[in-house]
Write a protein that binds this ligand. Structure first.
Ligand SMILES: [Zn+2]
Length: 542
């Protein structure tokens, strides 16, 4: 009965753990390492084909993103998760596969010119098709046995729709042990979602600690803040642009806007709300399809009264590029929700291009803006920015909405631990940055009396004997090397992102051309000339 720590150990992405029981293997999460990756995930101790089943805590890519690769490499067991997570993963993994494929295509082209072999994507849409067939949706509190000797049930983690705390009863030989894996733990009082379920008494707890070193600011009234912005912007005849993540944040915004209308908090009521992101549209549909058992009492009350909490009278969902373009023709004040949340990719850039220069418009940043992104430049007060190759003057008002964090903070994590009086035999901290894991561990030991460790990837624990079999220690020199590598990988990330933007614009140009089918001869001549000039300028083979 062994627990292998594979990933999200002393870092916040690449969540992956492996349990060995009765010579069978059960994986807990299979996430992708994203962004500024500090430590490598440890390789799996067995080939993918030897893993018998997977339990997936929730749909975020840093917990689910490598499932198609696992399937590509030979995994053929079941992937147990909640129905909402299965539905969300279906669309999010497809989106991820598209990114992997275009990324590999670009790298291949470059490699070919350098006489190097083709670069293959980590996985393809076909791998995703094979992965979603393996999903085995279960309800919260339903007990299932993914491998012999392990009985599991999920409880609501309150982090995103369908997120689960995984409770395991493990039997091997004469030994019985219990383990609770939190996945990501949610914040309390989040819109739509239930609060995280209380902790149950288990031998072992494996807990995330993303915010183990800090507490969220005092919550503001999000609904009133948004209503004020709408009133101020609409009074000037401008638009309110909200860059936001497609899954979670977009639906929260819809939920707030519905409440604003219901409480009559805006003077001008005839505004249209546009959701302009195909992924956000899909995610909103999944939120609407998965209500019972997932929504909190307040949202369920609306449903019982016959209201869809995410539906608005003037809501327009745009999927095609034409729908998206048509938004710019709307001359009446409107709200535009579009991805990406940090403004560095996706359709939001077109809306910023069309609205940033207008002094009657407002851009409300709805989440964390990472260094180097367009969102951060706007947040820092840039007077001019370059969007899609064009210099745009920033005349619009830029506001930061207070974050509705999807993670419990330090107080929330400790509160959750203490919802059960009996302390676990041992607490493992995962999914926190290096220094956070260490400081939170020391605090829980010193101030709360927990037996707690924060293992590094590659460590292995014997759950029967309650002892480490292998305890990996970080070495300073490796860390230094990792920093260099991560600087390189963040440079690569930025470059890759630019390429993806270019591919997207290329598609837009193709679509634009088709709309000129019936244009006049002169117009066609000019357009053709411009496109030819552009190609000549960039085609180095000519
Ligand atoms: Zn998450």
């Amino acid at each position: 009965m062994k627990l292998y720590f594979i990933g999200a150990d002393h870092e916040v992405t690449g969540s992956c753990h492996l349990l060995e029981v009765n010579r069978k293997y059960l994986m807990l999460d299979c996430g992708m390492e994203q962004g500024r990756d500090v430590f490598e995930n440890s390789p799996l101790p067995v080939p993918a084909s030897k893993i018998d089943a997977v339990i997936l805590s929730h749909a975020h890519i840093d917990h689910s993103g490598m499932l198609p690769k696992l399937v590509h490499d030979g995994f053929a067991g079941k992937i147990w998760t909640t129905k909402a997570t299965a539905d969300l993963s279906d669309v999010m993994l497809r989106d991820s596969a598209h990114i992997q494929e275009s990324d590999a295509e670009w790298k291949s082209r470059k490699a070919k010119r350098a006489g190097q072999p083709e670069v293959l994507p980590a996985y393809t849409v076909e791998d995703v098709e094979n992965t979603v067939k393996l999903f085995e949706p279960v309800s919260y509190d339903e007990t299932f046995e993914p491998i012999e000797g392990v009985k599991v049930h999920f409880e609501d983690a309150g982090h995103i729709l369908g997120s689960a705390i995984c409770c395991l009863n493990i039997h091997e030989g004469n030994a019985d042990r219990t383990l609770c894996f939190t996945g990501d733990l949610g914040n309390i009082d989040m819109p739509i979602l239930q609060d995280p379920s209380d902790r149950k008494n288990t031998d072992y707890v494996m807990m995330e600690c993303t915010y183990g070193d800090r507490c969220h600011e005092e919550q503001v009234d999000h609904v009133q803040q948004l209503a004020d912005l709408m009133n101020q912007t609409f009074a000037k005849g401008g638009n309110l642009i909200i860059p936001c993540f497609a899954v979670g944040r977009t639906q929260e915004m819809l939920y707030f806007i519905r409440e604003i209308l219901e409480k009559n908090l805006v003077k001008y009521r005839n505004f249209t709300v546009y959701v302009d992101s195909p992924l956000a549209v899909e995610a909103t549909r999944i939120f609407t399809d998965n209500t019972f058992g997932y929504y909190d009492a307040e949202a369920m009350k609306l449903i019982k009264e016959g209201n869809n909490p995410l539906s608005l009278p003037n809501l327009k969902l745009s999927v095609s590029a034409e729908d998206s373009k048509a938004i710019n023709d709307d001359t009446t004040p409107c709200v535009i929700l579009s991805a990406s949340g940090m403004c560095d990719a996706g359709r939001i850039r077109h809306h910023l291009k069309h609205n940033l220069w207008k002094n009657n418009c407002t851009v409300a940043l709805a989440g964390y803006q990472a260094e180097g992104t367009l969102g951060r430049r706007l947040q820092d007060g840039a007077k001019d920015v370059t969007i899609l190759g064009e210099k745009i003057h920033v005349a619009a008002r830029i506001v930061q909405l207070q974050d509705v964090s999807a993670h419990a903070d330090q107080k929330g994590l400790i509160h959750w631990l203490e919802t059960c009086e009996e302390k676990p035999k041992k607490l493992f901290l995962v999914h926190g940055e290096d220094s956070v894991c260490s400081s939170f561990r020391d605090m829980l030991k010193a101030e709360h009396g927990y037996r707690v460790d924060a293992p590094y990837s590659g460590s292995v624990y014997d759950l029967v004997n309650d002892a480490w079999i292998l305890e990996k220690e970080p070495v300073e020199v490796i860390r230094k090397k990792s920093e260099q590598q991560s600087a390189q990988s963040s440079a690569n990330y930025e470059r890759d992102n630019l390429y993806l933007q270019l591919v997207e614009e290329g598609k837009r140009l193709g679509q634009l051309i088709t709309t000129y089918r019936k244009a006049g001869k002169d117009e066609l001549k000019h357009f053709l000339k411009d496109v030819q000039k552009l190609i000549e300028r960039w085609d180095s083979s000519q």
